[in-house]
Design a protein around this ligand. Sequence first.
Ligand code: NAI
Length: 740
Amino acid sequence: MDIKKVVVIGSGTMGSGIAAHLCNANVPVTLLDLTTEISEKARDRIHKSRPPLLLDKTKIENIKVGNINDNFDVVKEADWVVEAVVERIDIKHNIYEKIFKNRKQGAIVSSNTSSIPIKVLSEKLTEEEKKDFCITHFFNPVRYMGLLEIVKNENNDLNKINSLKKFCEIELGKGAIVCNDTPGFLGNRIGVYAMQVAMTEAFRMKLSIEEADAVFGRPMGIPKTGVFGLYDLIGIDLMADVLKSFIKELSDNDEFQIVAKEIPLVKKLIDTGYTGRKGKGGFYRMNKSGNQKILEAINLETGEYTTSKKIDLGVETVDINNLINRKDKYGEYAWEVISKIIKYASSLVPGITDKFNDIDEAMRLGFNWAMGPFEMLKSIGVENFFSRIDNFENNKFLENLSKSKDENFYGERQLYTDIETLGKIRPTAIKVDKNNSAEIHRFKDFNIVEFTTKACALDYDSMDALKNATDKPLIVMNESMQFSAGVNLSYTMNFADKNDFKSIEKFIKYFQDTCKTLKYSKYPVVSAPSGLTLGGGFEVLVQSNFVASHTNIVVGLVETIVGLVPAGGGCKEMLWRWSQTEEAKSDPDYAPLKVFDIIGYAKTATSPVEAEPLKYLKPEDKIIMNRNSLFEEARKLIHQNNDFVPPEECKFNLSGKPLKEKMIKVLEKLYNEKIILDHGMHVGTELANVLSGGDTNLDKTLSEDDLYKLELDSFMRLIETKQTQDRIKHTLSTGKPLVN
Ligand code: NAI
């Protein structure tokens, strides 16, 4: 079955997200709503969305819009009709009647419902119609969330379900998991339960909301919004509706009922308009005092707000065992929450799915957890877990495991897909080396380096791992959210605070040296990024020989924001790329001025399609919709390049002083318009110095090492200034840029 045309009915949050993502996959799609005006507004929202739902905004017109009365004929042509209207069964039933009257014979019809069972959705369909009907439950925002739950009914034509799964996997890049028709399916059943446990335990153990979020967050491999922050993000009122639906659908003796009970403080928040970020605030709120915004947190006992306190557990990496073994209230809270989640999730096997592995994957893809409950159990250790847990009656999974005591029960990741992923091969790869920031694995005839720090920020150890891994063909990739957010600024600031600039210089030199080794190693180096690929992360990518990029990347050189210039070869490589253009052949200043504009403004691209015109990516770099396929594609690149020869060294002829003056003119204009301030001028001047070639002229040829030296000197001069240090400190503490 080929899916060539799709109609999406309902153009709200989900319908518009699904239509945008079909557009990303170059599939013709029509979005229908009650009126054409509503669907047109949805298309505007798609265009303006941030982070963008489209890979390429210029394709917005490929999403056709219309209304369900005048334009329903489009359904006759569609191979797949997705219903994403409001969660009301009467409305959905009416729509199905109309769709099935009009659809092309054999076309698939699916619902995006998050809570209505398929047996209820399909109760008015004929046996023949049921064959082609299923649930396709996408997550919001559709482009970015990897999970797609497909729920079958007993009449389904399984070949068709399989080809839909393949289409969603390959064309839409989703982790498509087929699951049973049970409330909340996999992701929401466990994810919402986990949130409720984290919340009720915080109340019971009298933790502050900041403390709970500090534990039920990064240390557990959960996004930093934690539980209370996530509640505010989703909407406290919406969560209350979700809970009501679970209470209604689940049996009275389901453990979920215990944690889903209404909490008086939560009810009060909703009643007074404190519904979260979209309302007056929620568990957290922003309070204005003078012209300062102050983040406040609610006290769970009194309901009063006070200035939010940052809680630092001193944990940089996810280590579940360490966390639950802490001899403080955080360790105790972590154990209470994690053990309950493991108990609940395992009690639902085989009810919600017979493959426990799918539950973990649903949590990773749908909630961005670094690991699911079963992988948490694996890292706690089976024996250790059973020595601490008391009762697990009627839990077949735990009963069996307690008997087998099989520490290796987990096996590979991503069993739901045929794609050979990094998660699948990791258990069979040889761990060659590991330091505080990275791991080297050897798989067959090549190495893999995975960065392991927070946001995969880079330091001396990350570079060390890369350098040591070039004794074989190398793939640089990982399974965490970011490829790399750049050089670890705290690491750099620690030296700066001690006036130890020698160590910073040593690190930058080592960074450059490593990138050079990557580029000229006798074996090919492939970078396979997903997520943030910024600053130093981009410099690793740009000095790799090949790139296989996920469509969800954010890529760019952003150093100027923190008062620095790229010094790991970023300026050099961008200069080289732009100097290969037609325009650069007739104008020696064309490339440096272009790069000055791109790096000066710290331009970022939010997809490979946006990255190419900036030359952050090259036309030959591979673009991949499904993140799971990054490993296979990277591996293909290595094997296709058995006869790899390293590139030739780049040479540069730059104008020097007159070019620098041109750049300074640009800066002066910005300065006069107050777009940049004193330090902006200083940073821009250093960048101009690098990109103009310093003390040179067009007759002199500069080597890559000359450019590295210019980058390093400018970087060092800048990091020694108080203003750059102020920028870095500000960004580290607020996540925002400082304009000085
Ligand atoms: P929404 O309220 O944002 O949009 C619903 C859209 O349906 C509106 O544009 C409305 O005008 C339209 N509509 C209502 N009656 C219609 C009809 N008879 N014909 C055509 N269009 C009609 O809702 P949202 O959030 O997009 O949810 C849609 C579905 O997706 C629901 O079933 C919901 O449970 C499910 N869902 C929602 C998620 C979310 O995060 N919002 C996540 C996953 C699933």
